[in-house]
Design a binder for this molecule. Structure first.
Ligand code: G3P
Length: 218
């Protein structure tokens, strides 16, 4: 499974990169706003800064909701760096734009996926990635992981090359469960990734090893 980090925070991206396990970055307009990034030039410069830290795909989302606007914004974003993937919402205009981007050699991430049908249409239009939002479905007492399972079955049935990017991953168990199901990629906060390492027996075992070593030495 590939590990992406879902943030626009450069320090967190550097920390994840330093771990040696980072395959890419996803952002969205809310995450950019959280970092105080606004204005076309600042946004573009920030995407380039992210691309310079991580050697992997970086999703950059369009703000336009109409087809023409998505195309013109997406072209600008894709020109910023070879690793930029244009993130487009799962709407009618978005699916049409994904088809255009696909036909013109621009890679896409279809975002805000909450149903198998949305994922199917995005794959049909040639999306590089689909982003089903696991956590946000869980938030409304729906089953986010069940959606990942359904999409996995559908994509395997038809050999779609579109990769399943499990998004809105909130905690470490989401990552384990996505890996069991066979999601191609997870994206989430660094805390969820680092949380995979937590185990009390590792902590107590290490403490015991160090105590025994000190005793033998002393
Ligand atoms: O990648 C999508 C993600 O940013 C949404 O996550 O936690 O805001 O639902 P969350």
């Amino acid at each position: 499974m590939k590990f992406f980090i879902d943030t626009a925070n450069l320090d967190q991206i550097r920390d994840a990169q330093a771990l040696g396990i980072l395959d890419g970055v996803t952002t969205n307009p809310s995450l950019m706003a959280k970092e105080g990034i606004s204005g076309d030039e600042a946004v573009k410069a920030h995407y380039v800064a992210i691309c310079e830290i991580v050697d992997g795909d970086v999703s950059a989302e369009v703000i336009a909701t109409d087809y023409e606007g998505m195309i013109s914004e997406g072209r600008v974003l894709a020109d910023l760096h070879a690793n930029i993937v244009v993130k487009v919402p799962a709407t009618l205009a978005g699916i049409r734009a994904i088809r255009w981007f696909t036909d013109n050699g621009i890679r896409t991430n279809c975002t805000l996926i909450f149903s198998a049908g949305q994922a199917l249409l995005a794959a049909k239009a040639g999306a590089t990635y689909v982003s089903p939002f696991v956590g946000r479905l869980d938030d409304i007492s729906s089953d986010g992981l069940q959606l990942i399972e359904k999409i996995r079955v559908i994509f395997d049935n038809y050999d779609y090359g579109t990769e399943i990017l499990a998004a809105s991953v909130r905690h470490s168990m989401h990552i384990i469960e996505c890996a069991e199901i066979g999601a191609d990629i997870m994206t989430g906060p660094l805390s969820a990734i680092v949380g995979l390492l937590k185990h009390p027996l590792t902590d107590s075992g290490l403490a015991q090893f160090l105590a025994d070593h000190a005793k033998a030495k002393g």
